[in-house]
Design a protein around this ligand. Structure first.
Ligand SMILES: [Zn+2]
Length: 299
């Protein structure tokens, strides 16, 4: 060991950190690369949509975590040529590296939570609305409008669409009449009915069994009713203390039939600054959606 130079332990430690940091960056790149390869290997657009929706943010999250570990390792090499072993310095640097890695991971999670969803949404829309090809005839298929698609859906599916829990797209090959139905998540959450299996369980009414006071929690029973088969279910909830009930009466909007409307865009801002965007094909649909809308179940 040279006088004033780094000890053998530190030399080894720094080597591990440097190679580790490089390895982490390579692993993060590989995670990203494998995700892209997997996406482009899926030929079916609907399957591609499902894969991206289910995995993309998750995989990017893993990549960010690995980058964060790499950054932490890299910070641990700071001052590596001048350092003689000093426990305090070593621990302080270790602590800073953890903080740095956490910061990088945190920034990554903010990006994925706030910035990325808009980009992901555009990507998903592209795969959802790219014209399908009939595998049997090779013809380009056409996406039916909401008012055209009903005859191709069964009653349960229509009930799911009516409560906005599931959105069905119906593609038709106009030359052969062959249709293809695709299922997408809707704008509002509904529970799955235990009886008929459709996602049509909605809160029919809420009953306050005991009002909440400043000292004690209240009790609320939500009565669910299946909008398709009519079966009912009740679940008890606690009401937080000192709850503020604000009267809210949605304004009735009186629209005429708007046949020339091509698209209705809705932006709903929540009290906590959260923002929800929706698009509809008709004014009637948007109106119906608003009457069903509930910020707590918005997706
Ligand atoms: Zn049911």
């Amino acid at each position: 060991m040279e006088e004033g130079g780094p000890s053998d332990f530190l030399v080894t430690f720094h080597k591990i950190m440097i190679y580790g940091a490089i390895a982490m960056l390579i692993v993060a790149f590989l995670i990203w690369l494998f995700h892209q390869i997997k996406v482009s290997s899926i030929k079916n657009y609907k399957a591609k949509y499902d894969f991206i929706r289910k995995n993309e943010i998750q995989n990017y999250k893993y990549a960010f975590i690995v980058v964060a570990v790499g950054v932490a390792m890299f910070i641990n090499t700071y001052g590596k040529d001048t350092l003689t072993f000093d426990t305090v310095w070593f621990l302080v640097r270790g602590f800073i590296s953890v903080a740095g890695g956490t910061l990088v991971g945190y920034i990554g999670s903010l990006i994925l939570q706030y910035y990325y969803p808009t980009k992901l949404d555009r990507k998903l829309k592209k795969w959802r609305y790219t014209p399908r090809i009939n595998p049997q005839s090779g013809n380009k298929m056409r996406l039916l409008r909401e008012d055209e698609e009903d005859v191709h859906l069964d009653e349960g599916m229509r009930a799911e669409e009516d409560v906005f829990s599931v959105d069905y797209d119906v593609w038709i090959d106009e030359m052969t009449g062959r249709t293809q139905v695709e299922k997408y998540p809707g704008h509002l959450e509904a529970l799955q009915c235990n009886n008929c299996g459709f996602f049509t369980m909605k809160v029919a009414r809420e009953e306050i069994v005991r009002e909440a006071t400043a000292e004690k929690e209240g009790e609320l029973i939500k009565h669910y009713e299946c909008q398709y088969c009519g079966s009912v279910r009740a679940t008890q909830f606690n009401i937080a203390k000192e709850h503020n009930y604000e009267d809210y009466t949605p304004e009735k909007l009186a629209f005429k039939k708007n046949t020339s409307v091509n698209m209705v865009k809705l932006e709903i801002l929540g009290t906590s600054g959260n923002k929800k965007n929706y698009t509809f094909q008709s004014v009637e649909q948007a109106e119906k959606f608003l009457s069903e809308f509930d910020m707590d179940s918005a997706q």
